[in-house]
Design a protein. Structure first.
Length: 690
């Protein structure tokens, strides 16, 4: 072969970075320095070489024609999206100068804003966290997705732990609670299908008739925010029918008498009325649960995005202990497995750099209000600077009308690290181009299985893109931070993230390594709670002035007869997006076609709305225009606003978060995206399709 025609081909092991429980192992094929294919790694048992539609097109995202490839500086009004190219040195020098001036007055006026744009431990909160700790900036309470459920699970089981996902293959009853697993937990769904072929019964609990519900034996379409009532009624039936493992309760649980008394207040008829489901469905599920040894719950985060979300998770998490399901392979519960991983967060994030300083903590879910607050003794200094990375708050934060108003402040200095010019980037003073997963080192845990994965850079950074870690290292240098920790390399950070918990050479060789989690981890108790038991009762909550036992906590916003806003709205993710990620990948956006609102035929007919009509969805917080999709996927009285579209791709420059509120959950300080009332009306001039 002619040397000029030689092709240098490599296959590089990596990991999917996205906010999904599956954390797939990747193989990236690189020819002459360019990634030509991203596929699953078949050697990784947990994900078996299978990728979702989104990530299988990851190379398309990395080489997207709209990818940000050089730093940009704002030249137009905030939000106009008008920028000019600027060199890295000039951008970093100006950013450092602005931050130094603000920090000299009060570093708490500077706020980082980040979440799970990457789930990587290194490109997430390592050098970035060190930078803000050294600076003394305000701390961020990262609550926007899962903190209510995490708190509920921790109060009951002791941590974010559960049965290994592989063991669902041996389950005889699988309850999929608050999850559209077909679209958001593909590899669990593969295991559930294996169990189904072996005779397992699958039950889906979800207000929406999702793609998962279509494929289960039973769908319980309860009202949003009523999950705890359903769980308590199931307990009631277990008690009165004596479907209990009293030996397991006596040996391995705490607070049974109080939970029993609470559950007996919830006969099936009461719960059926609250949940809006037939009483017989509740009775049948209780019978199935109480008479099936290998019964398991795959709980997900959709059901905790309401006022009582933390209590709901607590109630559901009690169910396996009542029947002793934890004793059996294939029995128990899984919401998140992330508590199994011995991550050395303090070594990565270095909170010791704060010294004696104790900055305030601001909740990312109330960023709309907080950006509009003036300085005060209670609040502290007004937010003067915002550094956004791994997040798109203008699209994803609740009550986005206020978020846009806050980001639109001309006196707010905003820096955004991004791949694309998102809604948030449109409001930046500087946009700094960041690397994608194919261009950097990182290490990943999972919240759906128990493997550690290593991601190696497959290609050089595209254009002038830099890793998050390099950007914060450079800012630290210009700010005069001299601690050696700011010079630590990404590979060293990957090694220090897990310390001696995993053989790093094994990760280098295979790309992944499994934690030794038993098939039935709580068969003999040994929960990571203070008591070592499954805690039906939490003294820690009592010490905070809260109820020690789980209870049904009604939604903030409940439809009232004759009320202005008679419809409950939930906003589950569109199947081909992941929060606001992938919305700009045209091939995926073409599948979703346009922003839609699913409506039950009865609710649509009452309002003269036909399928395909443009509608206005509104409440006191704002208005959102989209296409109506009249469908049995919506239950009566509930509409499904599939998200999260970028605002600038919406029909009226908004998205579904124009309607959601900044109220917080009972536990975990999380947002209540699915605790939201609206009205829907045909938009004037809309052309209805037949």
């Amino acid at each position: 072969m002619n040397a000029a025609m030689a092709v240098d081909t490599q296959v590089v092991r990596g990991a999917c970075p996205h906010d999904c429980p599956d954390t797939c192992a990747l193989l990236t094929t690189v020819e002459n320095g360019r990634a030509i294919k991203v596929q699953g790694n078949a050697a990784h048992a947990a994900t078996d070489g299978v990728l979702c539609t989104k990530v299988s097109r990851y190379a398309e995202r990395s080489y997207h024609p709209e990818r940000l490839l050089q730093p940009l500086r704002r030249v137009g009004p905030k939000g106009s999206g008008q920028f000019e190219p600027v060199g890295w040195d000039e951008a970093l020098a100006e950013i450092a100068t602005r931050l130094q001036a603000i920090a000299a007055r009060d570093p708490q006026a500077i706020l980082p804003y980040s979440y799970a744009g990457t789930m990587g431990l290194v490109q997430g909160e390592s050098i970035a966290a060190r930078f803000f700790h050294q600076l003394g900036a305000s701390l961020l309470d990262r609550t926007i997705c899962a903190s209510a459920g995490a708190e509920g699970l921790t109060q009951t089981l002791g941590n974010k732990v559960g049965m290994p996902v592989r063991m669902f293959a041996q389950s005889k009853l699988i309850v999929i609670w608050g999850s559209n697993s077909v679209g958001s937990n593909l590899h669990f769904w593969r295991i559930a299908q294996e169990a189904k072929r072996l005779g397992a019964k699958l039950v889906c609990i979800d207000p929406r008739k999702s793609e998962t519900a279509d494929k289960c034996h039973e769908h319980i379409a309860l009202r949003p925010g009523t999950d705890a009532a359903l769980a308590l009624a199931l307990m009631h039936e277990l008690i009165v029918n004596q479907w209990l493992d009293q030996d397991y309760i006596d040996r391995y649980t705490l607070g049974w008498d109080g939970l029993r008394a609470r559950a007996l207040q919830w006969p099936v008829e009461r719960a059926a009325e609250v949940c809006g489901v037939p009483a017989q469905q509740i009775r049948q599920l209780a019978r199935d649960w109480g008479t099936t040894a290998a019964a398991a719950i795959r709980l997900n985060y959709g059901m905790q995005r309401v006022r009582g979300g933390g209590n709901a998770v607590r109630a559901v998490a009690c169910l396996p202990a009542l029947t002793g399901a934890w004793r059996h392979p294939g029995g128990g519960l899984l919401m998140s497995s992330s508590g199994h991983f011995p991550v050395r967060r303090a070594a990565l994030q270095r909170p010791d750099l704060l010294g004696d300083r104790r900055p305030r903590t601001l909740n990312m879910s109330t960023i709309g209000d907080d950006l509009l607050r003036p300085s005060s003794p209670d609040f502290g200094p007004q937010i003067e600077a915002l550094i956004v990375y791994n997040s798109n708050p203008v699209a994803v934060a609740p009550e986005s009308g206020k978020v846009v108003q806050g980001f639109g402040r001309e006196d707010l200095f905003t820096v955004v690290l991004e791949h694309f010019q998102t809604d948030t980037a449109d409001h930046a003073d500087f946009i700094l181009p960041a690397t994608t997963q194919l261009e950097h080192w990182d290490i990943h845990t999972s919240y759906g299985h128990t493997d550690v994965l290593l991601n190696r850079s497959a290609i050089a950074p595209v254009g002038q893109a830099r890793t998050n870690t390099d950007i914060f290292r450079a800012l630290a240098q210009r700010m005069g931070f001299e601690d050696p920790c700011f010079a630590e390399s990404d590979e060293s950070l990957c090694r220090s993230a897990i310390g001696d918990a995993q053989d790093f050479e094994e990760l280098l060789k295979h790309g992944f390594a499994s934690l030794p989690v038993p098939d039935a981890p709580f068969a003999q108790g040994a929960f990571p709670t203070p008591s070592g038991r499954c805690e039906f009762f939490s003294q820690r909550l009592v010490d905070q002035g809260l109820d020690g036992w789980p209870d049904h906590v009604p939604n903030y916003e409940q439809p009232q007869a004759g009320g202005r806003y008679p419809l409950a709205m939930i906003s589950p993710p569109a199947r081909n997006f992941l929060n606001s990620t992938f919305v700009n990948v045209k091939s995926l956006r073409d599948i979703e076609t346009e922003p839609v609102l699913e409506m039950h035929p009865h609710d649509a007919a009452e309002r003269g709305i036909a399928d395909g009509a443009v509608v206005r969805v509104f409440n006191d917080r704002g208005s959102y225009h989209c296409k109506a999709r009249v469908s049995q996927r919506a239950r009566p009285g509930v509409v499904n606003g599939l998200g999260i579209w970028w605002r600038k791709l919406g029909l009226n420059g908004t998205n579904v978060n124009e309607l959601t509120s900044q109220k917080l959950t009972d536990l975990g300080r999380a947002p209540v995206f699915y605790d939201c009332l609206v009205q829907v009306a045909l938009l004037d001039g809309s052309v209805q399709s037949a």
